[in-house]
Design a protein around this ligand. Structure first.
Ligand SMILES: NC(=O)c1ccc[n+]([C@@H]2O[C@H](COP(=O)([O-])OP(=O)(O)OC[C@H]3O[C@@H](n4cnc5c(N)ncnc54)[C@H](OP(=O)(O)O)[C@@H]3O)[C@@H](O)[C@H]2O)c1
Length: 272
């Protein structure tokens, strides 16, 4: 299956769906999930220093005999590695773990109040050295993105934020659209914590699709990148089987009404 791509603000193309890798801590499980995903058509893989599994990417590439250039690898600078020198040092350590001279995109994981400025400047310098094909941020609110404008030379290619049918963040999506920043929806299945909504069940039956396929397709139709996580082969396939149907505008409107600002992960809104 060929997965559609989106073009980021620097011209780099990113697949619209990828595999989330958070909480996959065991190498065998990781490589099995990676293999199932690759076979199903996934090319985008979302890791982070904080997940402590970047090194498994290197093992997966070796074990599965994959070509690095066929993959789109994301990592993120962990909060405890923020600061001008530490960002660079930890970035090099990530590259070493991944076994590649570059990542496709490196993000700052969280808008840590004081250190995020120096961390972004370090990231821009590493982008200039081609250690990342694009750079971006994660968990940034509009306020943090406005602040970033004051000291940045490069507009982040991506803002990766928690976004799902129960946390839709329409203002943030609009701001990012207006500022040429692509929104990547993390925890697109609400971390698996809300799988019994009557409206979604009803819609899924009408389209003969699964509950999760409706959750994910809704986000794709909003124009977002999505990175659902699963270690289960059939779910990995199910989550990418999204390109043979469209949710009509009436049902999109029903889904829009399900927003209830449910956060299942970090809440960055209080960070100054
Ligand atoms: N930047 C950040 O701060 C941040 C924060 C959180 C997440 N993320 C990224 O976003 C990715 C996805 O988010 P997430 O891991 O929080 O949660 P998610 O993708 O919203 O949901 C994952 C959960 O749903 C289950 N699941 C997956 N597919 C399913 C299906 N078809 N049917 C039923 N259950 C299914 C998974 O279990 P099984 O594995 O057992 O299938 C897992 O428990 C992460 O892995 C990570 O890469 C980034």
């Amino acid at each position: 299956m060929i997965i559609p791509t989106k073009t980021l603000n620097n011209g780099l193309r990113i697949p619209v769906i990828g595999l989330g890798l958070w909480q996959i801590k065991d190498q065998d499980t990781f490589i099995k999930a990676f293999e199932a995903a690759y076979k199903a058509g996934y090319r985008l893989f979302d890791s982070a220093q904080f997940y402590k599994n970047e090194q498994f990417i290197k093992e997966a590439i070796k074990t599965l005999n994959l070509k690095r250039e066929d993959l789109f690898i994301t990592s993120k600078i962990a909060v405890n590695n923020f600061g001008y020198k530490k960002v660079k040092k930890s970035f090099d350590q990530s590259l070493d773990k991944i076994g590649s001279p570059y990542v496709d995109i490196m993000l700052l994981h969280f808008p840590v109040s004081i250190l995020r400025k120096k961390s972004w400047i370090a990231l821009e310098e590493y982008y200039a050295l081609k250690k990342a094909r694009a750079i971006g941020v994660s968990n940034y609110t509009i306020r943090h993105l406005e602040d970033l404008k004051r000291y940045s030379n490069i507009t982040p290619a991506i803002n990766q934020v928690e976004l799902h049918v129960f946390l839709q963040q329409p203002d943030l999506i609009k701001y990012c659209d207006d500022n040429n920043i692509t929104v990547e929806a993390y925890s697109p299945l609400a971390h698996g914590l809300a799988m019994d909504n009557e409206e979604i069940l009803k819609i899924s039956k009408n389209y003969n699709k699964s509950y999760t396929q409706i959750m994910l397709k809704f986000l794709l139709q909003l124009g977002l990148i999505i990175i659902p996580k699963s270690v289960n082969e059939s779910r990995i396939q199910e989550n990418i089987s999204l390109f043979d149907f469209e949710i009509d505008s009436r049902d999109m409107n029903h889904l829009r009404k399900l927003n209830k600002d449910l956060r299942t992960c970090w809440n960055p809104t209080m960070v100054p």
